[in-house]
Design a binder for this molecule. Structure first.
Ligand code: IPD
Ligand code: CA
Ligand code: CA
Length: 254
Protein backbone atom coordinates (compact mmCIF):
# COMPACT_ATOMS: atom_id res chain seq x y z
CA UNK A 1 0.00 0.00 0.00
CA UNK A 2 1.46 3.37 -0.98
CA UNK A 3 2.61 5.92 1.63
CA UNK A 4 -0.28 8.17 0.61
CA UNK A 5 -2.85 5.46 1.41
CA UNK A 6 -1.09 4.77 4.74
CA UNK A 7 -1.05 8.48 5.65
CA UNK A 8 -4.67 8.84 4.53
CA UNK A 9 -5.78 5.94 6.73
CA UNK A 10 -4.04 7.47 9.75
CA UNK A 11 -5.75 10.83 9.17
CA UNK A 12 -9.20 9.31 8.53
CA UNK A 13 -9.02 7.00 11.55
CA UNK A 14 -7.99 9.97 13.72
CA UNK A 15 -10.98 11.87 12.30
CA UNK A 16 -13.08 8.84 13.21
CA UNK A 17 -12.00 9.13 16.84
CA UNK A 18 -13.05 12.80 16.83
CA UNK A 19 -16.44 11.82 15.40
CA UNK A 20 -16.89 9.02 17.93
CA UNK A 21 -16.21 11.38 20.85
CA UNK A 22 -19.24 13.40 19.71
CA UNK A 23 -21.23 10.26 18.87
CA UNK A 24 -20.73 9.01 22.43
CA UNK A 25 -21.98 12.33 23.84
CA UNK A 26 -25.05 13.01 21.72
CA UNK A 27 -26.93 14.67 24.55
CA UNK A 28 -24.44 17.54 24.28
CA UNK A 29 -24.22 17.55 20.46
CA UNK A 30 -25.07 20.84 18.77
CA UNK A 31 -27.30 20.12 15.77
CA UNK A 32 -28.44 22.81 13.33
CA UNK A 33 -30.27 22.84 10.01
CA UNK A 34 -28.87 24.03 6.69
CA UNK A 35 -32.39 23.72 5.36
CA UNK A 36 -35.57 22.10 6.78
CA UNK A 37 -34.32 18.59 5.86
CA UNK A 38 -30.53 19.01 5.97
CA UNK A 39 -28.61 18.83 9.24
CA UNK A 40 -25.09 19.81 10.28
CA UNK A 41 -23.59 19.11 13.69
CA UNK A 42 -20.56 20.21 15.65
CA UNK A 43 -19.08 16.81 14.74
CA UNK A 44 -19.32 17.51 10.99
CA UNK A 45 -17.50 20.81 11.50
CA UNK A 46 -14.84 19.40 13.86
CA UNK A 47 -14.07 16.39 11.63
CA UNK A 48 -13.77 18.54 8.52
CA UNK A 49 -11.56 21.11 10.28
CA UNK A 50 -9.22 18.32 11.41
CA UNK A 51 -9.04 16.69 7.98
CA UNK A 52 -8.48 20.03 6.23
CA UNK A 53 -5.59 20.85 8.54
CA UNK A 54 -4.04 17.38 8.53
CA UNK A 55 -4.27 16.78 4.77
CA UNK A 56 -3.26 20.24 3.54
CA UNK A 57 -0.34 20.36 5.99
CA UNK A 58 0.93 16.94 4.83
CA UNK A 59 0.16 17.58 1.14
CA UNK A 60 0.32 21.38 0.54
CA UNK A 61 0.24 20.82 -3.23
CA UNK A 62 -3.38 19.67 -3.02
CA UNK A 63 -6.37 21.93 -2.47
CA UNK A 64 -9.45 21.04 -0.45
CA UNK A 65 -13.20 20.86 -1.02
CA UNK A 66 -15.25 19.99 2.04
CA UNK A 67 -19.02 19.88 2.35
CA UNK A 68 -19.03 22.30 5.28
CA UNK A 69 -16.11 24.67 4.56
CA UNK A 70 -16.26 24.79 0.76
CA UNK A 71 -13.41 24.99 -1.74
CA UNK A 72 -9.90 26.33 -1.04
CA UNK A 73 -6.63 26.47 -2.98
CA UNK A 74 -5.86 24.17 -5.92
CA UNK A 75 -9.14 22.77 -7.27
CA UNK A 76 -7.46 20.79 -10.08
CA UNK A 77 -5.75 18.54 -7.55
CA UNK A 78 -7.82 18.45 -4.38
CA UNK A 79 -9.11 16.43 -1.45
CA UNK A 80 -12.89 15.97 -1.77
CA UNK A 81 -14.32 15.44 1.71
CA UNK A 82 -17.65 14.63 3.32
CA UNK A 83 -16.77 14.77 7.02
CA UNK A 84 -19.86 12.87 8.09
CA UNK A 85 -21.98 11.23 5.40
CA UNK A 86 -25.25 10.30 7.05
CA UNK A 87 -25.44 13.16 9.55
CA UNK A 88 -29.13 12.52 10.24
CA UNK A 89 -28.30 8.92 11.22
CA UNK A 90 -25.30 10.11 13.27
CA UNK A 91 -27.42 12.63 15.21
CA UNK A 92 -29.96 9.91 16.08
CA UNK A 93 -27.34 7.51 17.44
CA UNK A 94 -27.53 5.08 14.52
CA UNK A 95 -24.38 3.26 13.34
CA UNK A 96 -24.62 3.75 9.53
CA UNK A 97 -22.64 6.92 8.86
CA UNK A 98 -19.16 7.43 7.44
CA UNK A 99 -16.22 9.74 6.78
CA UNK A 100 -15.48 10.03 3.05
CA UNK A 101 -12.21 11.36 1.60
CA UNK A 102 -11.04 11.20 -2.03
CA UNK A 103 -8.04 12.67 -3.84
CA UNK A 104 -9.15 14.00 -7.24
CA UNK A 105 -6.50 15.06 -9.79
CA UNK A 106 -7.48 16.34 -13.26
CA UNK A 107 -11.07 15.20 -12.55
CA UNK A 108 -9.97 11.60 -11.89
CA UNK A 109 -10.25 9.94 -8.47
CA UNK A 110 -6.77 8.66 -7.54
CA UNK A 111 -7.36 7.35 -4.02
CA UNK A 112 -10.43 7.10 -1.82
CA UNK A 113 -11.30 6.14 1.74
CA UNK A 114 -14.68 5.62 3.42
CA UNK A 115 -14.58 4.87 7.14
CA UNK A 116 -17.55 3.84 9.29
CA UNK A 117 -16.21 4.50 12.83
CA UNK A 118 -19.23 3.08 14.70
CA UNK A 119 -18.78 -0.19 12.77
CA UNK A 120 -14.96 0.11 12.59
CA UNK A 121 -15.07 -0.73 8.88
CA UNK A 122 -12.46 1.00 6.74
CA UNK A 123 -12.81 0.87 2.95
CA UNK A 124 -10.18 2.26 0.59
CA UNK A 125 -9.02 2.08 -3.02
CA UNK A 126 -6.25 3.32 -5.30
CA UNK A 127 -6.86 3.89 -9.01
CA UNK A 128 -5.96 0.76 -11.04
CA UNK A 129 -4.65 -0.97 -7.89
CA UNK A 130 -7.80 -2.44 -6.27
CA UNK A 131 -10.14 -1.93 -3.32
CA UNK A 132 -9.88 -3.14 0.27
CA UNK A 133 -12.04 -3.46 3.39
CA UNK A 134 -10.08 -3.58 6.65
CA UNK A 135 -6.98 -4.51 4.65
CA UNK A 136 -8.58 -7.39 2.72
CA UNK A 137 -9.22 -7.17 -1.04
CA UNK A 138 -12.92 -6.88 -1.90
CA UNK A 139 -15.01 -7.44 -5.03
CA UNK A 140 -18.60 -7.09 -6.19
CA UNK A 141 -21.21 -9.86 -5.83
CA UNK A 142 -21.82 -12.68 -8.31
CA UNK A 143 -25.61 -12.18 -8.41
CA UNK A 144 -26.76 -12.25 -12.05
CA UNK A 145 -30.54 -12.21 -11.63
CA UNK A 146 -32.30 -8.93 -10.82
CA UNK A 147 -35.22 -10.89 -9.36
CA UNK A 148 -32.86 -12.37 -6.73
CA UNK A 149 -30.94 -9.12 -6.10
CA UNK A 150 -30.68 -6.87 -3.06
CA UNK A 151 -30.51 -3.18 -4.00
CA UNK A 152 -29.94 0.06 -2.06
CA UNK A 153 -30.95 3.63 -2.74
CA UNK A 154 -31.48 7.02 -1.07
CA UNK A 155 -33.76 10.00 -1.32
CA UNK A 156 -31.69 13.20 -1.64
CA UNK A 157 -34.40 14.20 -4.09
CA UNK A 158 -36.95 14.37 -1.24
CA UNK A 159 -34.53 16.47 0.82
CA UNK A 160 -34.51 18.86 -2.15
CA UNK A 161 -38.33 18.80 -2.38
CA UNK A 162 -38.11 17.59 -6.00
CA UNK A 163 -41.25 16.33 -7.75
CA UNK A 164 -39.01 14.53 -10.27
CA UNK A 165 -37.92 12.16 -7.52
CA UNK A 166 -36.97 8.56 -6.80
CA UNK A 167 -40.29 7.29 -5.45
CA UNK A 168 -41.75 5.80 -8.66
CA UNK A 169 -38.33 4.39 -9.67
CA UNK A 170 -37.96 2.80 -6.22
CA UNK A 171 -41.45 1.25 -6.38
CA UNK A 172 -40.77 -0.09 -9.92
CA UNK A 173 -37.46 -1.70 -8.93
CA UNK A 174 -38.67 -2.90 -5.51
CA UNK A 175 -41.38 -5.00 -7.18
CA UNK A 176 -38.74 -6.72 -9.35
CA UNK A 177 -36.08 -7.44 -6.70
CA UNK A 178 -35.87 -9.58 -3.58
CA UNK A 179 -34.36 -7.05 -1.12
CA UNK A 180 -34.33 -3.26 -0.84
CA UNK A 181 -32.38 -1.12 1.65
CA UNK A 182 -32.06 2.58 2.52
CA UNK A 183 -29.03 2.68 4.80
CA UNK A 184 -28.59 6.48 5.05
CA UNK A 185 -25.03 7.03 3.81
CA UNK A 186 -24.44 7.15 0.05
CA UNK A 187 -20.68 6.80 0.57
CA UNK A 188 -21.29 3.57 2.49
CA UNK A 189 -23.92 2.37 -0.03
CA UNK A 190 -21.23 2.45 -2.73
CA UNK A 191 -18.84 0.49 -0.48
CA UNK A 192 -21.53 -2.16 0.07
CA UNK A 193 -21.70 -2.64 -3.72
CA UNK A 194 -17.89 -2.96 -3.72
CA UNK A 195 -18.04 -5.53 -0.91
CA UNK A 196 -20.80 -7.59 -2.52
CA UNK A 197 -23.25 -6.85 0.30
CA UNK A 198 -25.71 -5.30 -2.17
CA UNK A 199 -25.87 -5.82 -5.93
CA UNK A 200 -26.76 -2.27 -6.99
CA UNK A 201 -27.09 1.25 -5.58
CA UNK A 202 -28.58 4.30 -7.21
CA UNK A 203 -29.47 7.83 -6.11
CA UNK A 204 -30.13 11.22 -7.70
CA UNK A 205 -29.29 14.76 -6.55
CA UNK A 206 -26.15 13.92 -4.58
CA UNK A 207 -22.96 15.98 -4.53
CA UNK A 208 -19.46 14.96 -5.58
CA UNK A 209 -18.29 14.76 -1.95
CA UNK A 210 -21.03 12.18 -1.22
CA UNK A 211 -19.78 9.77 -3.91
CA UNK A 212 -16.16 10.59 -4.87
CA UNK A 213 -14.44 8.02 -2.64
CA UNK A 214 -17.21 5.40 -2.69
CA UNK A 215 -17.43 5.42 -6.48
CA UNK A 216 -13.68 4.78 -6.82
CA UNK A 217 -13.87 1.96 -4.25
CA UNK A 218 -16.81 0.44 -6.15
CA UNK A 219 -15.06 0.74 -9.55
CA UNK A 220 -11.83 -0.78 -8.20
CA UNK A 221 -13.88 -3.68 -6.79
CA UNK A 222 -15.31 -4.41 -10.25
CA UNK A 223 -18.53 -2.37 -10.21
CA UNK A 224 -20.02 -0.55 -13.18
CA UNK A 225 -20.56 3.11 -12.26
CA UNK A 226 -22.74 5.12 -14.65
CA UNK A 227 -25.51 7.68 -14.85
CA UNK A 228 -29.15 6.60 -15.27
CA UNK A 229 -28.65 6.41 -19.06
CA UNK A 230 -25.71 4.00 -18.74
CA UNK A 231 -22.97 6.53 -19.51
CA UNK A 232 -19.80 5.46 -17.64
CA UNK A 233 -18.45 7.89 -15.04
CA UNK A 234 -19.22 9.50 -11.68
CA UNK A 235 -22.39 11.60 -12.01
CA UNK A 236 -23.49 12.72 -8.52
CA UNK A 237 -26.90 13.92 -9.78
CA UNK A 238 -27.65 10.47 -11.23
CA UNK A 239 -25.38 7.73 -9.92
CA UNK A 240 -25.93 4.01 -10.57
CA UNK A 241 -23.41 1.45 -9.29
CA UNK A 242 -23.98 -2.26 -9.99
CA UNK A 243 -22.04 -5.51 -9.83
CA UNK A 244 -22.06 -5.40 -13.67
CA UNK A 245 -23.97 -8.69 -13.93
CA UNK A 246 -27.41 -7.12 -13.38
CA UNK A 247 -26.55 -3.82 -15.13
CA UNK A 248 -28.44 -4.60 -18.37
CA UNK A 249 -31.50 -5.73 -16.35
CA UNK A 250 -31.70 -2.69 -14.05
CA UNK A 251 -30.73 0.07 -16.52
CA UNK A 252 -34.10 0.10 -18.39
CA UNK A 253 -35.84 0.54 -15.00
CA UNK A 254 -33.90 3.71 -14.09
C1 IPD B 1 -26.57 12.28 2.91
C2 IPD B 1 -26.40 10.78 2.81
C3 IPD B 1 -27.73 10.11 2.42
C4 IPD B 1 -28.26 10.70 1.13
C5 IPD B 1 -28.45 12.19 1.32
C6 IPD B 1 -27.09 12.83 1.61
P1 IPD B 1 -25.18 13.94 4.41
O1 IPD B 1 -25.33 12.89 3.19
O2 IPD B 1 -25.43 10.47 1.85
O3 IPD B 1 -27.56 8.72 2.22
O4 IPD B 1 -29.49 10.10 0.79
O5 IPD B 1 -29.01 12.77 0.21
O6 IPD B 1 -27.23 14.24 1.73
O7 IPD B 1 -26.06 15.09 4.08
O8 IPD B 1 -25.57 13.26 5.66
O9 IPD B 1 -23.71 14.29 4.33
CA1 CA C 1 -23.15 13.39 2.31
CA1 CA D 1 -22.12 15.36 5.21
Amino acid sequence: MTDLLVNLEHAVRTAGAIAMAHFNDLKNLTVSKKNPRDFVTAADVAVEAFLKHALTEKYPQYGFWGEESGQSANQNARWVVDPIDGTHSFARGQYFWSISVALEIDQEMKVGAVYAPALDDYYCAEQDKGAWKNGQAISVSSESQLADAMVATGFACLRAYLTNNNLERFARIAQLTTGQRRFGSAAMDLCLVADGQVDAFWEQELNLYDVAAGALIAKEAGATVTDFQGNPGIFPKQILATNGKIFEQILPLM
